[in-house]
Design a protein around this ligand. Structure first.
Ligand SMILES: CC(C)(COP(=O)(O)OP(=O)(O)OC[C@H]1O[C@@H](n2cnc3c(N)ncnc32)[C@H](O)[C@@H]1OP(=O)(O)O)[C@@H](O)C(=O)NCCC(=O)NCCS
Length: 174
């Protein structure tokens, strides 16, 4: 078991992005070359699970999104004649050396906590994610994400469900 990991906003001066390898070259490159730029430009915010010395076990990105009219299935209490404000999980990856120890799940529930807390101030009805492939889709489904009809890798979780999950994991402070 590695030393204690903390969930922190990504900071290129403290977090050793060059060592990161999740096995997916695109996700490695994104962390190394684009995340910092995108954060500076206000396009996304990246968070890492990192050791005290800055080794990155995993990262996740969050930004605002919007589900176009007609994407969310009817009959779930969402307005169907309006676009739906969403929180988008852009990317989520765990370094190969840390995979299979629950850190992907930790990263996800921390990201959901940020989404839930933010949605109390700025409305967001659902969390959405475009899974990389079927394996990643199953990871999200394991946590309760459901498929959207427009693309089999496009998934969502109602904010109320995210809130319940966060409460379960972090207690009432969640
Ligand atoms: C997918 C990924 C993030 C999972 O991270 P991880 O740290 O290995 O997963 P965890 O150990 O946290 O797994 C947590 C739970 O999810 C389950 N899980 C993990 N991957 C799963 C999968 N592909 N399908 C179904 N369940 C899965 C685990 O069994 C575990 O369940 P449990 O809590 O009931 O024991 C990681 O393998 C990864 O980074 N892969 C490469 C990049 C990638 O595909 N990212 C997805 C981007 S959309």
């Amino acid at each position: 078991m590695p030393e204690e990991l903390r969930f922190e906003r990504f900071d290129k001066t403290r977090h050793k992005r060059e060592l990161f390898d999740c096995g997916e070259p695109g996700l490695n490159e994104y962390l190394k070359t684009r995340l910092n730029q995108q954060m500076k430009r206000g396009v996304t915010v990246g968070y890492v699970l990192a050791t005290k010395t800055g080794r990155i076990a995993g990262y996740v990105t969050l930004s605002n999104g919007e589900l176009p009219i007609g994407v969310i299935p009817e009959g779930q209490g969402f307005p169907v004649k309006l676009p739906l404000p969403s929180t988008l999980i852009g990317r989520l990856a765990v370094d190969r050396a840390f995979q299979g120890h629950g850190f992907g799940g930790d990263l996800l529930v921390h990201a959901l906590r940020v989404a839930v807390e933010t949605a109390e101030q700025v409305a967001s009805a659902v969390i959405e994610v475009d899974a990389l492939d079927d394996r990643a889709r199953r990871f999200y489904e394991h946590y309760g994400f459901a498929r959207l009809p427009d693309d089999e890798l496009h998934l969502y979780m109602p904010m109320a469900d995210a809130q319940a999950l966060v409460r379960k994991v972090f207690g009432s402070k969640g």
